[in-house]
Design a protein around this ligand. Sequence first.
Ligand SMILES: C[S@@+](CC[C@H](N)C(=O)[O-])C[C@H]1O[C@@H](n2cnc3c(N)ncnc32)[C@H](O)[C@@H]1O
Length: 262
Amino acid sequence: MNLFLIKHTIKYLLTSGHKYGHRIHSPFVFDFVQSVFRAKYSKSVFSPIENRRRALMLDSRKIVITDFGAGSKRKSSNTRTISYIARTSASSGKYARLLFAITKRYQPRTILELGTSLGIGTAYLAYGCPEAKLISLEGSQSIADEAVHTMEACGINSAQIMVGNFDDTLGEALRKLQYVDCAYIDGNHTKEATLRYFEQIYPYCNADTVLIFDDISWSEGMYEAWQTIIADERVRISIDICKKGLVFFRKGIEKQCFTIRY
Ligand SMILES: C[S@@+](CC[C@H](N)C(=O)[O-])C[C@H]1O[C@@H](n2cnc3c(N)ncnc32)[C@H](O)[C@@H]1O
């Protein structure tokens, strides 16, 4: 944990609203808290994904990756073991289940993920809504190859993984999807890139879209990007849960920014 994240996490713990939704007067956010944050699912639902995670965490094979820097722990070499990537990059625990709970609740027709890594988060997103058309973007071919195996191991055939720098693949992914009902932005954690992806994705969003930003409190720059996004008049509801930020464009509701304990 870096110093900014530690300070920010303490502030979040002291100021965040109640996790059960008491005193939340927005019916939309109250429903979100009840049906997404509080939803309980049997662990067996996720067994194929968690079995695959265990296999990846035990996998000592070394692969050469393209290091995109921001958001990943800087190392001098571009060689990583699969187990290292599984331990440091893959969504886990309640945050992985949150991805599932969101797609389960809102049943998006399309899902876009920036940053596939080994495909664990992708699998959680897909399990919540197997009918959705899902495109996930990953820069490293060697990592994407493992993600393809994750999709197979988890019985997912709705996901397409596109390989290349987001700068080159995002436009094409958006054109293929035509509209974005749900997007998970989990790669290239810099202020400039995060704001650029938001602007690039926005024209494809609608009143039902949910955007999920990862690591909004990871650095000063990421937190500034988050503050800029939630201040934007196009954003009607935002929910800050410290590690992630959620954005909605619902029409006809008062603009409000929430910080909620998760
Ligand atoms: C934190 S991991 C994604 C974890 C995954 N979403 C999950 O939930 O399990 C971020 C991934 O984004 C990729 N990435 C970062 N910046 C990128 C860029 N500019 N273009 C393409 N891929 C990038 C990295 O290679 C890395 O695998």
